[in-house]
Unconditional design. Sequence first.
Lengths: 266, 266
Amino acid sequence: MLRELVFVGLGLNDENGITLQGLQEAQSADHVFIELYTSLLPDFSLRNLENLVGKPIQVLSRRNLEEENGRLLFDAAEAGKAVFLVPGDPFIATTHVTLRVEAAKRSLPTRVVHGASIISAIIGVSGLHNYKFGKTVTIPFPENFSETPYNVIAQNKQLGMHTLCLLDLNATERRFMTIREALGLLQGIEEKKQQGIAADDALAVGLARAGSNQPTLKADFLRELANFDFGQPPMTLIFPGQLHFTEADALIAFAGAPTKLRSLAK
Amino acid sequence: MLRELVFVGLGLNDENGITLQGLQEAQSADHVFIELYTSLLPDFSLRNLENLVGKPIQVLSRRNLEEENGRLLFDAAEAGKAVFLVPGDPFIATTHVTLRVEAAKRSLPTRVVHGASIISAIIGVSGLHNYKFGKTVTIPFPENFSETPYNVIAQNKQLGMHTLCLLDLNATERRFMTIREALGLLQGIEEKKQQGIAADDALAVGLARAGSNQPTLKADFLRELANFDFGQPPMTLIFPGQLHFTEADALIAFAGAPTKLRSLAK
């Protein structure tokens, strides 16, 4: 009997973000599961995906996966081929790394079918150079307030590097932080620390709904960016470090950045 | 008349790494192009992809895209819908950012269909935490020798951060750097600099053929890793910084790391 757990990435937007291989894995599985709480797929329809796969897909909650340690998933994988569908690239959410370690402890074979991730998408779409990104941070909701993101941006900037800021989400309430909220939180820290990271004349790049048919990308100084209408989540922010002139050109071309940026680039 | 250039990512391994959306875009295009020189898709067959798309796909060389500034691509996109297929996620190769800037200058509409990238795949597969990666480097062939990668690894390590090392490729000769070559180059710099970055007791993680059916992942001290048989390219390296204990567990479970790693983790 085949015992197997296959993690399949769903990419960024809707049911067509799955790869041909991912779809084939789901079609040939004995049981198909999905989680939709670690990130938001703007135009996703479970029903459409079930039609593509040709069988029902069981939705797993945070409770199923974290508090119950993925029992439903492992029960199915111990008795056949289980496919677990996950937004983005499966292991960018560290909670799923834990599941894979648990599978290894059970000597349960696992495989991975990768999907597109916001991590590479935003780098590409912004035109900023991949090798100039420093440490990534997540900006937490006020209930988990932390000055770490501000400090990481400052540390990266000092080294000339860009900072990718992922925005917090509250899985149970399905609440996704907006760029405006994130900037407000950083501006609050700015008032105290005064290092210029979230000052009015600091530059940032916002991206909403990456991978959808209507992504919104905008680069501007915080004075302006804080009032820009990005539409619906999910959203991501970048605080650029020292810009290369080709990066400035890309931000002007793709992200409607002020042409003044050219004079700030090297 | 529709003028449009759509960049579509092919993911990591073969023709089944394209997303359903990417395939639909190619099927509805007037002209379909591909480049296969910025990275290596281990099990890719152009013929199989042409069968899936249902039309011929024109292969563009480095010369076509860089020296001739993508003329073939733009001629097609000015006269209809052109789809350009690219390994991985389209804009991780900065050469394609240049094409997109050129399209913007021509007021030619562009769209992006993202694909899986080694950037997110190796983070997930290794089980290392995404937010602990510092700056990424590419390790160049000896003809482009540079001490920069060594210095970047050292700088990241000092901050406790991991370093993702992409390995060089020679597009015209279709030559792909192996992990053994990369380690040899770093060990050469080690002899001179003696900072311990590529010393025998330094830890590294190698990954070959990410996203294929037979990826090889191995974490070990350089003394051992330099002689490990990773099989065929493409390959990637990570030099970990300070390990969290869950990261050590993941490397032991997924990458056959020595259990001694647990005592080095925090």
